[in-house]
Design a protein around this ligand. Structure first.
Ligand code: 13P
Length: 255
């Protein structure tokens, strides 16, 4: 049975004290989750060891990173490798976020290399895809996202795909307050699952978790998570406030 996941992407927010406080607040309100449901927290790199220590012993809450480098090691000043993340007890790495694709010029080939780095260091990947507004307005979003998935993931074996979570994040919905409707999210998630099914078969497609991201809030999470192909969310702004993030976790717990 595929997992339902709510993942926090803090992006470049919160200092160490604020991060520790937020994790404490989340712990205080965390509902009991059944075994196929989990929470991921992806703070900035600097927080990882602190957050790992806070999460020690928590079975439902897992540590994530927001990025890794595409090479294993070497002269890349200021960068962080997948093996470093693994040594900091990171379990999930977010790869291919639209902000990295846009601001750091990460193309599909680089995203695919990063996926390989994370997998070869025994971490799971939250693979992000999603179209800009111009593509949505032209109604070509299905082909756009399909290409991102094929070029970022289709070099993987079926067993490697078992370590991938997909996050569909339409760029026009990120940080804008403009959420995709549950029908728009469901349509795209079903399309993604179908693309996976054609290449890897129905078992792999049934197993893969597909999260929605983009202005997900406590007020819309329940409706989004009720869609048959929406398996949770990747949360930006609302993951920075304990009560909002807990509201979204509760929506998953009850879905
Ligand atoms: P918001 O929830 O702030 O729209 O961000 C979504 C996102 O980009 C998560 O990775």
């Amino acid at each position: 049975m595929r997992k339902k996941i709510v993942a926090a992407n803090w992006k470049m927010n919160l200092d160490l004290n604020e991060g520790a406080e937020l994790v404490n607040e989340i712990f205080k309100g965390l509902p009991i989750l059944n075994e196929n449901k989990e929470v991921v927290i992806a703070p900035p790199y600097l927080h990882l060891t602190q957050t790992a220590a806070q999460l020690a012993g928590m079975i439902d809450v897992h540590l994530g990173a927001q990025n890794c480098h595409s090479e294993a090691s070497g002269a890349y000043t200021g960068e962080i490798s997948a093996s470093m993340l693994k040594s900091a007890e990171v379990e999930y790495v977010i790869i291919g976020h639209s902000e990295r694709r846009e601001y750091f010029k990460e193309d599909d080939a680089m995203v695919a290399k990063k996926v390989n780095q994370a997998l070869s260091n025994n971490m799971k990947v939250i693979f992000c895809c999603g179209e800009p507004l111009s593509i949505r307005d032209a109604n070509t979003q299905n082909a756009y996202v399909e290409k991102q998935i094929k070029e970022g993931l289709f070099h993987l074996s079926e067993s490697q795909l078992g370590h991938i979570v997909i996050a569909y994040e339409p760029i026009w919905a990120i940080g804008t307050g403009r959420t995709a409707s549950s029908a728009q999210a469901q349509d795209m998630h079903a399309h993604i699952r179908n693309v996976i099914s054609i290449h890897y078969g129905t078992d792999a497609a049934d197993e893969i978790s597909i999260l929605y991201g983009g202005s997900c809030k406590p007020s819309n999470a329940a409706e989004l998570f009720a869609c048959p192909d929406v398996d949770g969310g990747l949360i930006g702004g609302a993951s920075l406030k304990a009560n909002e993030f807990l509201g979204i976790i509760n929506a998953m717990a009850e879905a």
